[in-house]
Design a protein around this ligand. Structure first.
Ligand code: GLU
Length: 393
């Protein structure tokens, strides 16, 4: 018998679809996977070299639970250089991916019935982690017309005496929603009136923005709130290091200590070899990122144009990250649903899988009547995938 906590959650639908695509491929099927958010680029050579040197140097033992001093210092450099966030190394912790940092932060702070505000569409794991930790998911609906961003008025209306966290993700998965400094100032003014609300700022996609201007993050834009903001980042998306499993989080000392207390009993320290690689990622050359960003921008433009050329499908241009949310509402009657019937968009995703393209149904993200495409795949695969989608539709 599984526990009550586990029975409240389902397996990740992004990873489930990806596992399915891999299994079909291993069985000989020709499947292009646009389901997982993972850059197709090779991990930079200086990062690989650092991992190899760590192995050769016998860097294969336990480290401090929350990461080596070397990596915490490198992460402090990253937060300052890339996010404009000055934070001492003792207010930083390292975990096995950003996902684990978020998991530990929520598990360490939520009591049964505590409410967590999550802008929808959301990344699949936010609501599941919340429910596992005993929290109550309070969705805040966003629209394509509003850039998939919540407004200050929506935030004010959603906060209750039970609100414990607001989860912000900018640039966001799955919509690319990107908050400007002005947007964050408006949200910050509301949060200032509610001192018990903590904010998770998931900035993992910060290096992948396609709009002009600097990245804006809440702890910098509203320094008065910094003592209740946990800013999460990592190397997975920016340095194509998904398999290394390294995430970093910066926040108030009490929260960092609480997360490390929990981590001391869950995974212990993140992999020593991956930590050495992440030091190289943060401290080494960053110039390759400009080229990757351009590649992603071009892919974004051609994927969105190809989607909008298919009758019945539409997608707005995302401002960041490497996903686009495709609206298929005009076609849903063919897939057994109108409105927000979750079976409909799952049926559509399965139809596309049969046509040789793995995508993730919008309902996995608290959306409806559509699907998410990850354009972190090479150009030839994207072209062929879009041809298959057009034919299948
Ligand atoms: N964050 C990526 C995605 O949304 C990786 C898979 C996952 O952890 O959900 O596809």
């Amino acid at each position: 018998m599984i526990s009550a906590a586990l029975s409240r959650i389902a397996a990740s639908r992004t990873t489930a679809m990806t596992d399915r695509a891999i299994a079909l491929r291993e069985g000989g099927a020709d499947i292009i996977s646009l389901s997982v958010g993972e850059p197709d680029f090779a991990t930079p050579p200086h990062v690989i070299a650092a991992a190899k040197s760590a192995l050769d140097a016998g860097d294969t033992k336990y480290t401090a639970v929350g990461g080596t001093a070397r990596l915490k210092n490198a992460a402090a450099l990253h937060f300052a250089r890339d996010l404009g966030l000055d934070v001492p190394a003792n207010q930083i912790t390292v975990s096995a991916g950003g996902k684990q940092a978020i998991f530990h932060a929520l598990l360490a702070t939520l009591n049964p019935g505590d409410e967590v505000l999550i802008p929808a569409p959301w990344w699949v794991s936010y609501p599941e982690i919340t429910r596992f930790a005993g929290g109550v998911v309070v969705p805040i609906a966003t629209t394509a017309a509003g850039g998939f961003r919540i407004t200050a008025a929506q935030l004010e209306a959603a906060i209750t005496p039970r609100t414990r966290w607001l989860l912000l993700n900018s640039p966001g998965n799955p919509t690319g929603a990107t908050y400007s400094a002005e947007d964050l100032l408006a949200l910050g003014a509301v949060l200032a009136r509610h001192p018990d609300v903590l904010v998770l700022s998931d900035d993992i996609y910060a290096p992948l923005r396609y709009t002009p201007g600097a990245h804006a993050t809440l702890a910098v834009v509203c320094p008065d709130l910094a003592d209740r903001v946990l800013t999460v980042s990592g190397v997975s998306k920016s340095h194509a290091m998904t398999g290394f499993r390294i995430g970093v989080a910066a926040g108030p000392a009490w929260l960092i200590a609480a997360m490390e207390r929990l981590q001391s009993h869950s995974s212990g320290n993140p992999s020593s070899i991956s930590q050495a690689a992440a030091v190289a990622a943060f401290e080494g050359p960053q110039a390759f990122l400009a080229e990757w960003r351009e590649r992603f921008r071009n892919r974004r433009d051609s994927v969105v144009a190809a989607i909008n050329a298919i009758p019945g499908l539409s997608a707005p241009l995302p401002d960041g990250a490497f996903y686009c949310m495709v609206d298929a509402a005009p076609l849903m009657h063919r897939f057994g649903a109108w409105g927000s019937n979750q079976d409909g968009d799952e049926a559509l995703a399965l139809h596309l899988l049969e046509a040789g393209v793995a995508v993730v149904a919008a309902s996995a993200f608290g959306g409806a009547d559509g699907f998410r495409i990850s354009f972190a795949a090479d150009e030839a695969k994207l072209t062929e995938a879009l041809r298959r989608i057009a034919k299948a539709i």
